[in-house]
Design a binder for this molecule. Structure first.
Ligand SMILES: [Zn+2]
Length: 240
């Protein structure tokens, strides 16, 4: 499995939820993966990491790609070269990674997209302690990571056409302390991404990364980040 293919899986799965009508080419893989003691559902994870603008005249997608997303993809296919996937994980784990498409729907139905620079200027990440981060400049990102991101570009261009061309990557990092991540997908610290004054808020932890719980009333399996069943109001229990 080569690098292009690995990225295609991730991108296809991600785009599936949002742009299904575009009938993305290729097969979408329904992947249910092993991570620790339960299977992480990559589609659920993708859904929980993507947010769309609430504004009816906007075509704005913010996709947070936590390191667990890549881990999940690499875990499920043993044909992926271990050394290669470890290199990718090591490179990406230094950053909080986002893909953003920022478009405005015109009156004639066409969409006009903001350039990477324009989005960059109007992008802020705010952590749980209200500390604000600007995206990293090109020269603040290591060469290996830049190379990996460049690898994704032709795939985006080829498979997603106009939308792919308008998908941009942005990375964040605590300056001077890259090993201390701004966001922990399994933690409790919420965060906000602001794109052109619109806030996209994530509540953590991501349920897709937690072992599902069970409702004592009917035994239904529910999101691991919940405490109570939304239907019966019962306190959820561990699902063994
Ligand atoms: Zn219930």
């Amino acid at each position: 499995m080569d690098l292009f293919y690995i990225f295609e899986i991730g991108i296809h799965n991600a785009m599936k939820n949002t742009f299904l009508t575009l009938a993305m080419l290729g097969n979408f893989l329904l992947m249910s993966l092993h991570a620790q003691d339960f299977k992480v559902n990559i589609n659920k994870l993708t859904e929980q990491t993507q947010k769309l603008s609430e504004s009816p005249d906007k075509m704005c997608l913010v996709w947070w790609i936590p390191i667990e997303f890549w881990e999940t993809i690499f875990d499920q296919d043993q044909s992926i070269d271990k050394k290669q996937s470890d290199d990718i994980l090591m490179a990406f784990s230094q950053y909080s990674m986002f893909v953003i498409i920022d478009g405005t729907i015109l009156e004639d139905g066409n969409i006009t997209y903001k350039s990477r620079d324009k989005t960059f200027e109007n992008l802020v990440l705010t952590d749980v302690s209200k500390k604000k981060y600007a995206p990293l400049l090109e020269d603040e990102i290591d060469d290996k990571t830049k190379e990996l991101i460049i690898t994704m570009k032709p795939i985006l261009g080829n498979t997603l056409g106009k939308i792919g061309e308008n998908m941009h990557f942005f990375l964040f990092q605590k300056k001077g302390n890259p090993l201390d991540p701004i966001i922990n997908a399994k933690g409790k610290e919420n965060f906000t991404v602001t794109v052109n004054k619109e806030d996209f808020i994530w509540s953590l932890p991501l349920g897709a990364l937690l072992k599902p719980k069970k409702c004592p009333e009917d035994g239904a399996q529910v999101d691991g980040s919940w405490s109570f069943c939304p239907y019966h109001g019962k306190k959820l229990v561990a699902d063994n």
